[in-house]
Design a protein around this ligand. Structure first.
Ligand code: CUA
Length: 357
C-alpha cells in the first residue's frame, strides 16, 4: 500500500531550492485511498475525540456530528445550486441583450428561493445555538459526589494529588469508572492545557488562577492526554495518561500509593538510597525517606508508573538509567541535569529505584 502511495509522486524538476511533483496517470485512486485510510485511521482509538469514552467527550462528539453533517449538507446544496446556475448561464446566447428585469414568474421564484434560504439559515443557526448551550451545560455540570483530584502543570510534566490521601503522583491520573472526577487545575509556571480527547474537551491551567473540569470515564481503559497549549520547548512531549478501572481496583491502587517507600534490603539498594540522598533529593521526594524535594516528580512509587519524562519513554530500568545519565539529550530543555555517576553508584541507584514499586 505504501509502495503504491509513494509511486504516485514523480519529481518533475529538482533544484537545491525547489522540488516540484505531479501526479502520474492512473495513480490518483491509490493516492486517494492512502489519504482516505490515513484520515480514517485517526477517527478511532488512542487520543481521539472521535472515539468518546466519557460523558463530556460524548456530548462533544454529538455536537461535532450535528455541525459537520449540517454544514456538509449546506455545502452540497450550495455547490449543486452553483453548478446548476453555471450550466443554465451557458445555454443563453451570448449576443442577446442583457435583461434589465426578469419576467414576473421568474422573479417570484427567485424571491421564494431567497426566503427559503434565509429561513433555513436562521433555523440552522438557532439549532446550533441551542445545541451549543445544551452541550456547554453538560460539560460544566459539577455534581456533589465527584472525586476531587488536583492537577498542577509544570514545564514539562503533570503533578497529580488526591486531596486527603497524602500522596502525589506524576503524569497519570487513576480514576474509577463511572464516577465523576472533578479536576482542580493550576499551573506553577506558564499556561498549559489539559486535554484527554477520549474523555473530555480542553481546559487551561493558568498561573494564579484555579480552573475546574469534571469528567467521567464510561469504560475502563488507558486514555492518553496531551498538553494543548504551547508552553515551551517540550510542549509536544508533555503527555499524561488517565487510567480508568473498577472502583475496587482503584481502591487497591490508592492503598499501595499511600504506603511509604519500600526500605532497601540489599547492600546495593542501601548504597543506592545514599546515592539518591546525595544527588537527587534536592529536587525529588521519596515519602518516608527524603521529602523536601519539590521541583521534580515524587518518586515514592515511581516504578508503578507507565512512563518517565511525561510520556517520553516507557518506564523500564534501561530507560531510567538513560534518563538519570543524560536527561537533557532525551528531552532537550528539561530542568533535570546530567548525572555522570560512577557505574557502581548508577547500578546501586537503579537497584534502589527498582524497589519503589
Ligand atoms: Cu504544557 Cu504545552
Amino acid at each position: 500500500m505504501f509502495a503504491s502511495g509513494w509511486k504516485c509522486w514523480k519529481p518533475r524538476a529538482v533544484s537545491s531550492v525547489r522540488l516540484e511533483y505531479r501526479f502520474t496517470r492512473g495513480s490518483t485512486l491509490p493516492c486517494m485511498c492512502l489519504v482516505g485510510a490515513l484520515l480514517l485511521s485517526s477517527c478511532s482509538g488512542f487520543q481521539s475525540s472521535l472515539d468518546p469514552n466519557g460523558s463530556g467527550a460524548g456530548a462533544i462528539y454529538g455536537i461535532w456530528h450535528l455541525f459537520f453533517w449540517t454544514c456538509a449538507a449546506v455545502f452540497l446544496v450550495v455547490v449543486v445550486g452553483l453548478i446548476g446556475a453555471m450550466l443554465r448561464g451557458r445555454d443563453e446566447p451570448s449576443d442577446a441583450p442583457p435583461q434589465m428585469s426578469p419576467e414576473p414568474a421568474r422573479e417570484r421564484r427567485l424571491d421564494r428561493l431567497l426566503q427559503v434560504g434565509i429561513a433555513a439559515s436562521v433555523a440552522i443557526l438557532l439549532v446550533f445555538t441551542l445545541a451549543s448551550y445544551s452541550v456547554g451545560t453538560t460539560l460544566f455540570y459539577s455534581p456533589e459526589n465527584a472525586l476531587d483530584v488536583e492537577l498542577t502543570g509544570h514545564r514539562w510534566w503533570w503533578e497529580v494529588r488526591y486531596p486527603g490521601s497524602g500522596f502525589a503522583t506524576a503524569n497519570e491520573i487513576h480514576v474509577p469508572v463511572g464516577t465523576p472526577v472533578r479536576l482542580t487545575l493550576r499551573s506553577e509556571d506558564v499556561i498549559h492545557s489539559f486535554w484527554v480527547p477520549n474523555l473530555h474537551g480542553k481546559m487551561d491551567l493558568i498561573p494564579g488562577q484555579t480552573n475546574r473540569l469534571v469528567f467521567t470515564a464510561d469504560r475502563p481503559g488507558t486514555y492518553r492526554g496531551q498538553c494543548a497549549e504551547f508552553c515551551g520547548q517540550q510542549h509536544a512531549f508533555m503527555a499524561l495518561y488517565v487510567l480508568a478501572a473498577p472502583e475496587q481496583e482503584i481502591g487497591r491502587w490508592r492503598e499501595r500509593q499511600s504506603r511509604p517507600a519500600a526500605e532497601p534490603a540489599s547492600d546495593s539498594e542501601k548504597r543506592g538510597r545514599q546515592v539518591f540522598a546525595d544527588n537527587c533529593a534536592v529536587c525529588h521526594a521519596i515519602r518516608g525517606f527524603k521529602e523536601e524535594g519539590k521541583i521534580g516528580p515524587d518518586l515514592t512509587h515511581v516504578v508503578s508508573r507507565l512512563s518517565i519524562g511525561a510520556g517520553g519513554l516507557p518506564n523500564s530500568r534501561g530507560n531510567r538509567a538513560g534518563w538519570i545519565t543524560d536527561a537533557p539529550t532525551l528531552k532537550p530543555g528539561v530542568y533535570m541535569p546530567r548525572f555522570a555517576l560512577p557505574p557502581e553508584d548508577l547500578q546501586a541507584l537503579l537497584d534502589y529505584i527498582d524497589k519503589l514499586q
